[in-house]
Design a protein around this ligand. Structure first.
Ligand SMILES: Cc1cc2nc3c(=O)[nH]c(=O)nc-3n(C[C@H](O)[C@H](O)[C@H](O)COP(=O)(O)OP(=O)(O)OC[C@H]3O[C@@H](n4cnc5c(N)ncnc54)[C@H](O)[C@@H]3O)c2cc1C
Length: 571
């Protein structure tokens, strides 16, 4: 099976130049743009509106040590425990030390976090895996919306330029005078509101910051919004970078279950609800987490998701696709504390003050991504990766709840500040960055299949049989991809197309092709990791193994074949 090494699009018709171009407008991208802006020209390229990413949807809040009875050491220890042996302790310590500063920074920018009742102090709550109350929140469960609003206003106010409905297709590479590869810019597909291609252009820059978020949309059921389609990871793979830890997808244990046919983004029932004392029950009325873990319902997410999946497989009360979360002890206090979840419950005719909420695990967070330092630096000079698209060593094999927004702010701000201080040298784009041969694109009609395969075979519980079925099915889909066509519908540059219907370049077909690329990479890594660790659970290798306390790197070779490096038996 081969995957495209470039996203098909017509030749570019326009060009712009900036000091820094940032791909993505979530917490990570906007923090980077804001910090670079005072002294740099900065363009944020975003494929939809500013708030289309996961940031807007975050409910629980941001983790940081603000309570005098809590300590940095506690937060480090909780993060390392959740990460199941694959966190980089030095990076975790850096993040945890900066986390309270990032929260105070957001407050100075104007973010309003909820105060303790009857006090001026900020309210701190707890989520799964945290030993202390250290999560700040806003508007009850509208924490991400407040972060997004604050950063939107701050970045625009600071003079950051934004190019909306602009899809980052592929990195444009150049070569330094020393013969080193360096990023020179990015190809952009400008679309209309329906995602149809309007024009293609190139933005050249001294630094490119990838902040495209995760890839939850690779699964049929996810808490992630539609824009979270792994574009950054797929783009990095096509540019020759390897991506790390992509087998570790965190499944949130309590995503609202709205019936067997519900697909796409599903409403999240934040862990903060269990932080407030809610309890998981199966359909027969038995508790799920009692005796499973010392923290019971507030155990780390991987533990709770696996326990829920196992219980669903036993079909208690004849129900095998959901369980129930009981928060009725909160009564009507629930409405004020969790207004978004209340709204989502009411949409399906439930009252969370009196009814148990049907929930099931769904894809939530990409622990892996483009390997980067906490200051965004990657293996490719000039290229930086921040936020969920990156893999910095903070999350290891499983992210600790609410560490990701803090990581996005800390890493984004660091890269922006560093670029304000010093920019990489300029390089000219290589002349061959526009390929006259149109590589194939995924027919959007087949995207549903990709997602169904991933949810069926690569979900919370995996094994060689399920993973090889997934690899076979994805291979058949990839091999069936046809050539692409120009916006006028004519094939451009693919003489092999014959009588197959060409697929037109558009946001949907680019996203579908990226999702397929990420799916193939994830399945390859999940097959290679023959153990269970963090959020990667295999029934055929149920234990963790010391030999596997290592990271897997996935790359695409020149022909578009996926390769996995780093397995212990590979030497
Ligand atoms: C429902 C939900 C609840 C969550 N709750 C919490 C929480 O309480 N606490 C916490 O810490 N984390 C939480 N998370 C995770 C957290 O929200 C994300 O990890 C974080 O917001 C990621 O920020 P980001 O800037 O990296 O990416 P995002 O916010 O996802 O932004 C990505 C941006 O890139 C753009 N983009 C993508 N591809 C392209 C492309 N090809 N071209 C141009 N633009 C592109 C998108 O449109 C978007 O603007 C939650 C996530 C979800 C989905």
């Amino acid at each position: 099976m081969t995957l495209p090494r470039r996203l098909a699009a017509p030749a570019s018709t326009w060009e712009r130049d900036f000091d820094v171009v940032i791909l993505g407008s979530g917490a990570a991208g906007l923090s980077a743009a804001l910090a670079a802006r005072p002294v740099r020209s900065a363009l944020v390229v975003t494929k939809d509106v500013l708030s289309a990413g996961s940031t807007q949807w975050a409910q629980g809040g941001l983790a940081g040590v603000l309570d005098p009875t809590d300590t940095i050491e506690n937060h480090v220890r909780d993060t390392l425990t959740a990460g199941a042996g694959l966190c980089d302790e030095a990076v975790v310590r850096e993040l945890v030390t900066e986390a309270p500063k990032s929260i105070r920074y957001l407050m100075r920018l104007g973010a309003a976090f909820d105060p303790e009742q009857g006090s001026q102090d900020i309210a701190l709550t707890r989520e799964g895996g945290h030993s202390h109350n250290r999560i700040v929140h806003s508007g009850g469960d509208r924490s991400g919306a407040e972060v997004q609003r604050t950063l939107d206003e701050s970045a625009i106010g600071a003079g950051v330029e934004v190019l909306s409905r602009a899809f980052a297709l592929d990195l444009v590479l150049g070569t330094t005078s020393d013969g080193e590869r360096q990023v020179a810019g990015v190809r952009i597909g400008q679309t209309n509101a329906d995602g149809q291609l309007v024009s293609v252009g190139v933005v050249t820059a001294r630094a490119v910051v990838v902040a495209c978020g995760g890839y939850g949309q690779v699964f049929a059921s996810t808490s992630n919004p539609p824009a979270v389609t792994g574009d950054g990871v797929a783009m990095a793979l096509r540019a020759g970078l390897s991506v790390t830890d992509v087998e570790f997808v965190q499944f949130h244990p309590t995503v609202m279950w709205r019936g067997p046919d519900a697909t796409g983004q599903q409403a999240l029932v934040s862990e903060a609800v269990r932080g407030e004392g809610a309890i998981l029950f199966d359909a027969a009325g038995e508790r799920i987490m009692a005796g499973v873990h010392p923290q019971e319902d507030l155990a780390p997410r991987d533990v709770v998701s696996a326990a829920v999946s196992r219980r669903m497989a036993e079909a208690p009360g004849g129900v095998d696709d959901h369980v129930f979360l009981d928060a009725t002890h909160m009564g009507e206090r629930f409405y004020e504390r969790f207004p978004s979840i209340t709204e989502a419950c009411r949409e399906i005719g439930l009252d969370p003050a009196v009814d148990r909420i049907p929930v099931a695990p769904a894809a939530h967070y990409a622990c892996g991504g483009i390997r980067a330092e906490l200051n965004g630096r990657t293996s490719l000079p000039g290229l930086f990766a921040v936020g969920e698209v990156s893999s910095t060593g903070v999350h290891g094999a499983n992210r600790l709840a609410s560490n990701s927004l803090t990581e996005s702010i800390v890493a984004g701000t660091r890269v922006g500040r560093d670029l304000a201080w010093e920019l990489p040298d300029k390089v000219r784009p290589d002349p061959d960055f526009e390929d006259p041969m149109a590589p194939p694109l995924l027919d959007p009609a087949r995207l549903r299949e990709v997602r169904a395969v991933m949810s069926r075979h690569v979900g919370v519980i995996r094994n060689e049989m399920s993973l090889s079925s997934a690899a076979g099915a994805l291979g058949a889909i990839a091999n069936g991809m046809t050539g692409s066509a120009s916006t006028s519908g004519e094939s451009f540059g693919d003489p092999e197309l014959g009588d197959k219907t060409p697929v037109r370049p558009s946001r949907r077909t680019w996203e579908g092709t990226n999702l397929l690329t990420v799916a193939v990479a994830m399945v390859a890594a999940a097959r290679a990791r023959t153990e269970s660790r963090g959020c990667h659970r295999r029934t055929d290798y149920p234990e963790s193994s010391d030999a596997w306390q290592t990271h897997l790197d996935v790359s695409l070779d020149a022909a578009g074949e996926v390769a996995v490096d780093g397995a212990p038996d590979a030497g």
